[in-house]
Design a binder for this molecule. Structure first.
Ligand SMILES: *Cc1c(COP(=O)(O)O)cnc(C)c1O
Length: 312
């Protein structure tokens, strides 16, 4: 079987809004078919990093080129394909034909060559990064039609750098009204042609260590974004949730809380279709069952990561 890349997945994005309409959700079955390819079709790509020294400083283990081996590409595409199949099966078992979910491949700490391998061999284009410097580096080196999700803790003094990334798809981690305003201003400086999509990050589990606003603050912040941040588009809500949720009737209470926030905001602000970004490697199937439209999967695709403290 040969490699089929769906043109809409890989073509250059002329307008972010236009692209969003076309493939707002890369439906799961597309991947399923897209992912069939033979090992022979894997070519090794060599593009030397422009700023290899910076990348090296940032990621000690990071390779200094975008070269990947056929074996690594195959492994990554197989992993991605497995996740897609599991997503598909979960949505099928739920029997809700209306629900579509996007897969965000979380590539933090992983070399740009891994991202390029996934992108070239599967056509997958949604990737998530947690660290501004790493996102900035990778976005410069990698294809311009990759759709980046910023999913890390957003610092006010980094908003300008984030907003200046042209192929930034969404900032998933806006955690206060003040941060929203800072990001809104940064979008003006960056002269973005369309409002920047944002999700509000909600600390549904109430853990001190988690970032995000509390559920009861979400409506006020949402209101602020809609009324006072013309360069942002409120597109959804995001949560991480407790790593050890108390499962009541099989439901994750944190995902339930995010659904409640969505209902409250949609009703009060008379808006519809807010996305729910919830679900990671360990809990994405449950998240899909509870209405997630955007799952963020890292280790199941790319393998385990070094602990944060050992890298920084
Ligand atoms: C790292 C990270 C993920 C991916 O986690 P895995 O468990 O590796 O799938 C998802 N979301 C956020 C916010 C993350 O920081």
């Amino acid at each position: 079987m040969s490699l089929h890349l769906y043109p809409f997945l890989i073509r250059t994005v002329h307008s972010q809004a236009q692209f969003f309409n076309l493939s707002r959700f890369n439906t799961v079955h597309h991947y399923h078919r897209t992912l069939a390819f033979s090992a022979r079709s894997i070519a090794t790509t060599t593009i030397t990093l422009r700023t290899a020294a910076t990348a090296k400083r940032l990621l000690p283990s990071m390779s200094t080129s975008l070269e990947y081996t056929p074996d690594r590409a195959q492994e990554l595409v197989d992993n991605l394909s497995d996740v897609v199949k599991r997503m598909e099966q979960t949505l099928q078992s739920k029997g809700d034909n209306a629900q579509k979910a996007r897969l965000v491949a979380v590539s933090k700490y992983k070399p740009a060559s891994d991202i390029l391998a996934v992108y070239e061999k599967s056509g997958h284009c949604h990737f998530g990064e947690n660290y501004v410097q790493e996102l900035e580096e990778k976005s410069k080196e990698l294809p311009k039609d990759i759709q980046w999700h910023f999913i890390g803790s957003l610092q006010s003094n980094k908003c300008k750098i984030v907003a200046a990334i042209p192929n930034l798809f969404v900032v998933e981690t806006v955690d206060s009204a003040k941060k929203a305003s800072t990001l809104d201003k940064a979008c003006v400086s960056a002269a973005r042609s369309e409002p920047l999509r944002i999700f509000l990050q909600i600390n549904t589990s109430g853990e001190d260590t988690k970032s995000g606003m509390l559920p009861n603050e979400a409506l006020e912040v949402a209101q602020h974004v809609v009324s006072s941040c013309p360069h942002l588009k409120l597109s959804g809500l995001m949560t991480i949730g407790s790593p050890n949720p108390d499962l009541d009737n099989g439901e994750n209470p944190d995902f339930k809380t995010l659904n409640q926030c969505k209902a409250t905001i949609e009703e009060a602000l008379k808006i519809t279709d807010l996305e729910l970004s919830m679900g990671m490697s360990d809990d994405f199937e449950r998240a899909l069952l509870q209405g997630s439209t955007n799952v963020r999967i890292g280790s199941t695709i790319f393998g385990s990561r070094p602990k944060k403290t050992t890298v920084q």
